[in-house]
Design a protein around this ligand. Structure first.
Ligand code: ZN
Length: 241
């Protein structure tokens, strides 16, 4: 096999691998949580946190009201059970009962507002939970397809790797060095095919004299425009699934 053909076929395998690797990388990114799922999860967590705060506030208020009620029950008992004889003390207790009742009534109003707040936040939590479920279902459906594609890609990449190892074993070391160096310098494409006398890498028509040398296939001929090694064929036949 001509030296350029060996490298050209290696190029087909490498270009195909590069493409598959790019897709594999995109899949890996897509397998992470999507922005919409992440934001649905954040909204739900924020709503749950707000609900906890509202419930805690309601609990504090209801304990305050309970304490006032217990205090009132005690003071009322003292007023009427005849245990206190001192009229001044009785008047003081009456005052205390009246002011505690007022205070409790005000606290109960605040407690009602807090109950409303809990209901509202609970509704927000329910809404956020529904949104999150939709986002998770959508994401999961997408994941299944991606995982399948990733499996296929991994298999194809394994095949290409094996193929490459066999090819490399038959290529002269100096040719391989040249190829790797060019591939690094030329965005992955070291060997360019020719189609209708046009370099397939840079799309520039190659002059006749150069073309003849390329077609003989005995030595490396560089594209005068992009400086890649030219190969007389346009496509390799190796990469097929
Ligand atoms: Zn070119």
């Amino acid at each position: 096999m001509a030296r350029t053909t060996q490298l050209f076929e290696l190029q087909q395998v490498d270009s195909q691998s590069d493409e598959l690797l790019r897709r594999a990388l995109a899949i890996r990114h897509a397998l992470d949580e999507t922005d919409s799922l992440r934001s649905a999860r954040e909204r739900h967590a924020a709503a749950v946190a707000a609900l906890t705060t509202a419930q805690e506030r309601l609990l504090v208020l209801s304990r305050e009201v309970d304490e006032m009620s217990a205090h009132l029950a005690l003071q009322s008992k003292r007023l009427y059970d005849g245990s206190i004889k001192n009229p001044k003390e009785l008047v003081a207790i009456e005052h205390d009962v009246t002011s505690t009742k007022n205070l409790r009534s005000a606290r109960e109003d605040v407690m009602l507002e807090a109950m409303d707040a809990v209901d509202q936040v609970q509704a927000a939590v329910d809404g956020a939970a529904r949104d999150l479920e939709v986002a998770e279902t959508e994401w999961q459906r997408n994941q299944d397809g991606l995982l399948e594609e990733k499996d296929t890609l991994d298999g194809q990449l394994r095949v290409l790797r094996t193929r490459r190892e066999k090819m490399v074993a038959g290529i002269a070391w100096t040719d391989l060095q040249l190829y790797e160096k060019l591939r690094k310098a030329k965005h992955g494409t070291a060997i360019a095919g020719l189609e209708n006398d046009v370099c397939q890498a840079c799309r520039v028509t190659v002059p006749g004299g150069t073309l003849r040398t390329v077609k003989q296939g005995q030595e490396f001929v560089y594209c005068p425009s992009c400086a890649r090694v030219l190969h007389p064929g346009a496509r390799g036949d190796l990469v097929r699934w």
